[in-house]
Design a binder for this molecule. Sequence first.
Ligand code: ATP
Length: 209
Amino acid sequence: MPEKKIALFGGTFDPIHLGHTAVAAAAGEHIGAEKVVFVPARRSPLKAFFPEASDEDRLAMIGLAISGNSRFDVSDYELKKAGPSYTLETVRYFREQLGSGVLIYWLAGADTLEDLPHWYGVTELIDEGNLAVMYRAGFAPPDFSKFLPLWGGDRVRKMRQNVVETPLVDISSTEIRKRLSAGQDVGGMICPKVLQYIRERRLYGIQDY
Ligand code: ATP
């Protein structure tokens, strides 16, 4: 019987945008994952700043953005956890919950490539799970050659096999936050229900437009 696969998609989602949902859908399909689970972080261990929106608001916006897609799910595991969340620990937690019959993937955009060597326990993460790097607009296709001396041939081969050629969607949360606070249009960048939520809560210093 083929193994069941689950893809976890971590990030700050501040706010979640159509780039996130587009690549998550494409990667889930490519992998053959039963579900893609969005796992918002309280804060990235490698980002200097805390997210602008609260944990509750980011979680609520993810819920709105994924409603209607039965292949998407969301977990508040990292939000509830004290201290920084390391991907390795999160993947181990899900492995424990889901059992050894489920193959776990962790999705990350190509912009994270340079940070990968600094991730806590990245070699264990590569060995124990499947770290799948996706294409991202504005970033070169992931090239792992430079990590050969660090990780060795087997790991680099595994990383190459797990690359997902997702569609290039040139959207970032930074750009959305910038536009919202400047009163510029973000239509086509985020789910209308999420925009409605942002308006109602007056998040990100939104100016009417
Ligand atoms: P920010 O601009 O605030 O840094 P972001 O748009 O990069 O945010 P994150 O929440 O930091 O969004 O990203 C979560 C994950 O989604 C990361 O692995 C990131 O690489 C990936 N990602 C975000 N946007 C895209 C996109 N447009 N295409 C592919 N991957 C993306």
